[in-house]
Write a protein that binds this ligand. Structure first.
Ligand code: NAD
Ligand code: DAU
Length: 377
């Protein structure tokens, strides 16, 4: 079946993996990557699919209601997979306005344009879908009532060797929203707007909340690519606070596969949590990264441990995230494909093998390189 799908934020980290998956898997679809190309958007992430006949890039701000409404009509859009957002917590602490504008008002602009277009059609919302990608951070923070770690109630392929849980509590789809950072507050607000468009107008919406992603093409302001690059360059590794905060990590391609399954088979108006039951204290994860980079670079074991530098904690730093994704696994048969240590090794190798990508991003050259091209699009 032919479908006309807009993927917003397709030039970013997760979006580029989703675009690649859809373009390669569904040659009969018309896939439009809509991205403003902020500092986080980089078309080099999609070099391998940019010439495919079912792929098109449109440079647009999601806050531009008129432009998006026109695009909906021109391209007869029947599916929206919405990833475009400001995504970095530290930036949100410094500049919350940009987060409210993009994440809240931008999402609202997409919803309203989709509503007006779809309601103007004879079959209205039939066969349409507005799928909003959100985060586990909207649920707030979990207590660490087992600080030394306990045997977890669940394991998946992603769960690391000797996997532990740091509490007996998890984020469920029914967990009450309790966001703490300006980033998570803006994502929570956008999630509420999406659900409101279903409840008020009957728009066929879906929301998913995913844990921390890692893998190729992640902007090196985020922990894993930043630290891999700093270890390689013998630069300090700034560990916030005591390094004891816990995050739940999922390989990005497993997230993209979940998005594919949920877009096609998920129930309208439902929420699905996406995660691999793979909790790590930051400091333990950092030691795994150091070990992996040192091994690949041929350094003696422990060589880069001296780079660990404890710094002032992030304001409002959430203690622990841990997602329960049982619903998605049971109802739609998704499960992660990659064990964590394998995923980290694959990721480290990718960044070390793609130094040109990293150098372009860290120097800002990728922004200049595309400047002229943007003008012609
Ligand atoms: P990212 O920062 O790497 O990419 C965001 C993309 O959105 C960029 O290409 C950027 O140019 C684009 N964008 C930003 N503002 C825009 C605007 N106004 N108009 C159009 N495009 C704009 O982010 P990511 O890590 O890939 O996250 C993608 C989505 O997934 C976000 O909604 C985020 O909240 C969510 N999410 C991320 C994670 C994670 O671990 N990274 C986990 C769960 C959910
Ligand atoms: O949980 C999902 C979220 O994961 C997504 O919604 C966000 O978009 C994504 O950025 C990510 O948020 P985090 O804040 O968890 O990711 P980040 O990589 O910034 O930080 C991971 C942990 O590492 C966190 O506890 C803060 C810590 N940290 C981070 C950086 C950048 C450090 O100790 N030092 C650092 O330099």
């Amino acid at each position: 079946m032919k479908r006309n799908i807009v993927i917003t934020g397709g030039a970013g980290f997760i979006g580029s993996h989703v675009v690649r998956l859809f373009v390669n898997k569904y040659p009969e679809y018309n896939i439009i990557n809509l991205d403003k190309l902020t500092y986080a958007g980089n078309l080099a992430n999609l070099k391998d699919v940019e010439d495919k006949p079912n792929y098109k890039f449109v440079k647009m701000d999601i806050c531009d209601f008129d432009a998006f409404y026109q695009l909906m009509q021109d391209e007869k859009i029947d599916g929206i997979i919405h990833l475009a957002a400001e995504s970095h917590v530290d930036r949100s602490i410094k500049d919350p306005f940009t987060f409210a504008k993009t994440n809240v008002m931008g999402t609202l602009a997409l919803l309203q344009a989709a509503k007006l277009y779809w309601e103007s059609l004879p079959d209205k919302y039939e066969g349409k879908r507005f799928y909003h990608i959100s985060t586990d951070e909207v649920y707030g923070t979990l207590s660490m009532n087992h600080p030394e770690g306990v045997e977890p109630p669940f394991k998946t392929v992603a769960s690391s060797e000797g996997h532990k849980a740091y509490g007996d509590n998890f984020f469920y789809e029914t967990t009450k929203y309790d966001p703490h950072s300006p980033y998570s507050a803006s994502k929570a607000s956008s999630d509420h707007f999406v659900r409101a468009y279903h409840d008020t107008y009957g728009m066929p919406t879906i929301v998913t909340n995913c844990s921390n992603n890692y893998g190729p093409y992640q902007f090196p302001e985020k922990l894993i690519p930043l630290f891999i690059n700093n270890i390689r360059n013998r630069k300090p590794l700034p560990v916030y606070g005591k390094g004891e905060n816990v995050r739940d990590w999922l390989f990005v391609e497993d997230h993209a596969r979940a998005i594919d399954i949920i877009f096609h088979e998920g129930q309208v108006a439902e929420t699905y949590n996406i995660g691999g039951f793979n909790e790590w204290k930051n400091i333990d994860l950092i030691k795994v990264m150091i070990k992996t980079v040192d091994k690949i670079l041929g350094n003696p074991e422990g060589h880069s441990l001296d780079l660990i530098t404890y710094v002032t904690d992030r304001l409002g730093h959430d203690a622990r995230y841990a997602i329960d994704s049982t619903k998605l696994q049971k109802e739609l048969g998704w499960e992660p494909s990659l064990q964590f240590e394998e995923g980290i090794e694959k990721t480290v190798r990718w960044y070390l093998d793609n130094q040109e990508w990293m150098d372009n991003v860290t120097s800002g050259d990728y922004l200049k390189y595309y400047e002229d091209m943007y003008k012609t699009i």
